[in-house]
Write a protein that binds this ligand. Structure first.
Ligand code: COI
Length: 361
């Protein structure tokens, strides 16, 4: 691989991150960008000032959605070190997603180097507050200017950085979720386990309709029988039964969340009975009615751990913990964020440290 080129713009003042940065509203000064062509492979890796992209209006990504992306986070630990949470896992998923939509894969080690370099240059943008982080959005897009439907020949790989706080407008308060059987997000063997824009486009109408009825998000059911719970689209879901903590198994239509995987590891480490299996919505409703349901929570890089205050399916409205954050959800949130900020031992080796250079405070 070529060496990364650096075009660095000196900052005129100190970085100021607003108190409530929201999610994905603010961007850092630089991006990483690299091009692909069949003759040169991935080439021209550059870290440069953030600027608008310029594309031909026929660019394939704009018409046929040939794109994949990732979402991962960098944190500033309590002793002022910059760390990235489980970057290898995200890079592997990026390549898996890329394969599914015919985008040439990236060299994993090179992407790791690019991530570390960019975050290192922008480390003053990493917020220090609990629940806040520097969100890293790598994405791959097909940029041929051709209107015929086929895989693009040329691509771009870009990494964008954004200081973020809580994902949902509720902050870290419990969210209200509507179980939908009106629409389908994905079907097995489709794109559901691929982090591609199509899945998010498929979710917009249902999410908008739910929002108008006062819900935060929708919980999707499987695309065939409309019976098994799948995921929330912006997070995976866990059902806390009295004697089991269950999450939908990865059937191919659900995204294999990195936070989902982290939570499974933590729960197993605590000796909990955690399972990955098919969970029908009727089982959830029955368990609720029989008093066997302790709570429900979601997991995601953006959402971290999000308590579900209520889950509504047809005319059944299930309320958990009086709409407050569940005990287990809080413990998981505290544990995961304590790992993020270096407050407890990183026993699973999830943190990638950038350098010994402290972050400017
Ligand atoms: C994430 O959790 O990183 C996501 O990608 C969810 C959403 C912001 C697209």
């Amino acid at each position: 691989m070529e060496q990364i080129k650096y075009i660095i713009k000196e900052r005129s003042g100190k970085v100021v991150i607003p108190d409530n940065p929201g999610f994905g509203l603010l961007f850092t000064d630089h991006i990483f960008e690299m091009d692909y062509s069949p003759s040169q492979g991935w080439h021209n890796p550059t870290i440069k000032p953030l600027e608008n992209l310029s594309f031909h209006p026929a660019s394939m990504v704009l018409h046929y959605g040939q794109a994949v992306f990732e979402g991962l986070k960098a944190f500033r630990t309590d002793d002022n070190q910059a760390v990235i949470f489980r970057p290898q896992k995200h890079i592997e998923r990026l390549n898996r997603s890329a394969r599914r939509v015919c985008i040439p894969e990236l060299d994993k080690d090179f992407v790791m180097e690019a991530l570390k370099e960019l975050v290192s240059i922008e480390q003053d943008w990493i917020p220090a507050k609990r629940g806040e982080a520097l969100y890293i959005r790598p994405f791959l897009i097909g940029v041929d200017s051709v209107l015929g439907v086929r895989p693009s020949v040329k691509y771009k790989f870009i990494i964008l950085l954004s200081p973020v706080g809580a994902y949902y407008p509720e902050g870290f308060k419990p969210v209200k979720i509507l179980v939908t059987d009106e629409y389908v997000r994905a079907v097995r063997k489709g794109l559901g386990d691929c982090k591609t824009p199509a899945n998010y486009a498929a979710s917009l109408l249902a999410a908008e309709e739910a929002r108008k009825k006062g819900f935060t998000q929708v919980l999707w059911l499987d695309g065939i029988e409309q019976k098994y719970i799948e995921e929330v689209g912006t997070m995976n879901i866990f059902i806390h039964f009295k004697d089991e903590i269950a999450t939908p198994k990865l059937t191919g239509s659900i995204l294999a969340g990195v936070t989902r995987d982290s939570v499974i590891h933590i729960l197993k480490d605590w000796g909990k009975n955690v399972t990955e299996r098919l969970i029908s919505i009727h089982e959830v409703v029955d368990a609720y009615k029989n008093g066997n349901l302790v709570g429900v929570f979601g997991t995601g890089t953006a959402a971290i751990i999000s308590s579900v205050g209520s889950l509504t399916y047809k005319d059944t409205n299930m309320v958990f913990n009086n709409g407050k954050v569940g005990e287990l959800d809080k413990k998981l949130f505290d544990t995961l964020t304590s790992i993020h900020y270096g407050q407890i031992e990183d026993k699973f080796n999830w943190l990638t440290h950038l350098s010994n250079k402290g972050v400017e405070v």
